[in-house]
Design a protein around this ligand. Structure first.
Ligand SMILES: [Zn+2]
Length: 295
């Protein structure tokens, strides 16, 4: 997710898009312009299909952004810092710095995304009922469909999807431990991921090659995301109970403050691997530090 293009800020949240979206944008516009819209509304000029297709792709990204912004704003409301939002191949990712403080907060942060997509679908549906140009109605009908699909796909109970987080928050609420919640949710996640991979391979053998590869790839992605989630939670849990003394270097080599820089470089620095040395005065009191890089 590092190779993203910055778009700007919204509600103080950094918004970016992953390079993969350029490809997906073209794919969506092309599918709309050459397949879906001509099928729904025939006998329009080619340019009209392409304009409608591109407009549909732009609004689709707006819908993705609404979904992710909902996550981010609820997260902020519950005291979780949001580093930014990146839109990419599978929709969007709200980068949360830290963890929700309660199972309820996690459930709300996760659940509001699919709810927002469903609400957007409802708005698009009402708009599509208005007497509008046929192509516009066609694009709106497609947006209703993709927003419902977005909500449903995100509700699949597998990490890093919202459904995985909802499941994890439920187990958290039941067990009282976030780590145990994640652990149980990841186990169920894995079952879904393996099922998707198996189904993808099955599709491959039945001749649905592209579909099969795609589904298997998503399954593999969910599998690795689940493992990452579990490792990340375990590491954060461990770090919470590890004192800094476990990470420090000892014994400590201190430098008397009356030593000259030349003496320090010749007599002390070559004998030790450190880059930083605490400095003490004649009474033994620590008075500062000296870094080799500063000399
Ligand atoms: Zn979501």
């Amino acid at each position: 997710m590092s190779s993203s293009i910055r778009l700007g800020r919204l509600f103080g949240i950094e918004i970016g898009v992953n390079w993969s979206l350029v490809f997906v944008f073209a794919l969506i516009a092309w599918t709309l312009a050459t397949e879906l819209l001509p099928f729904e509304v025939s006998h329009q000029p080619a340019l009209a299909y392409w304009v409608a297709g591109a407009a549909g792709a732009v609004v689709f990204y707006g819908c993705l952004l609404a979904h992710e912004l909902a996550h981010a704003l609820v997260a902020i409301r519950y005291g979780v810092k949001v580093a930014g939002i990146t839109l990419w191949l599978f929709g969007g990712v709200s980068k949360l710095d830290g963890e929700p403080k309660s199972a309820g907060a996690e459930a709300l942060i996760a659940g509001v995304g699919p709810l927002t997509s469903l609400a957007v679908a409802a708005v698009m549906f009402v708009l599509s009922l208005l007497p509008l140009p046929l192509l516009l109605s066609g694009v709106l009908a497609w947006l209703v469909f993709v927003n419902i699909a977005l909500a449903l796909f995100n509700l699949v109970p597998a990490f890093p999807l919202d459904g995985g987080r909802l499941l994890s928050s439920w187990f958290w609420w039941r067990s009282g431990s976030r780590q145990r919640g994640v652990h149980s949710a990841v186990r169920i996640s894995r079952v879904f991921a393996y099922l998707m991979i198996a189904f993808g391979v099955f599709e491959l053998f039945t001749g649905q090659v592209l579909n099969g590869i795609w589904i298997a790839f998503v399954g593999w992605f969910l599998l690795s995301a689940g493992t990452q989630e579990e490792v990340g939670t375990a590491v954060r849990g461990l770090l919470r109970s590890v004192p800094v003394s476990a990470a420090m270097t000892s014994p400590v080599v201190t430098v008397p403050d009356w030593l000259t820089v030349a003496q320090f470089i010749e007599s002390i620095a070559p004998d030790h691997p450190f880059t930083t040395y605490p400095v003490h005065d004649p009474s033994g009191q620590l008075t500062g530090i000296v870094r080799l890089g500063d000399l």
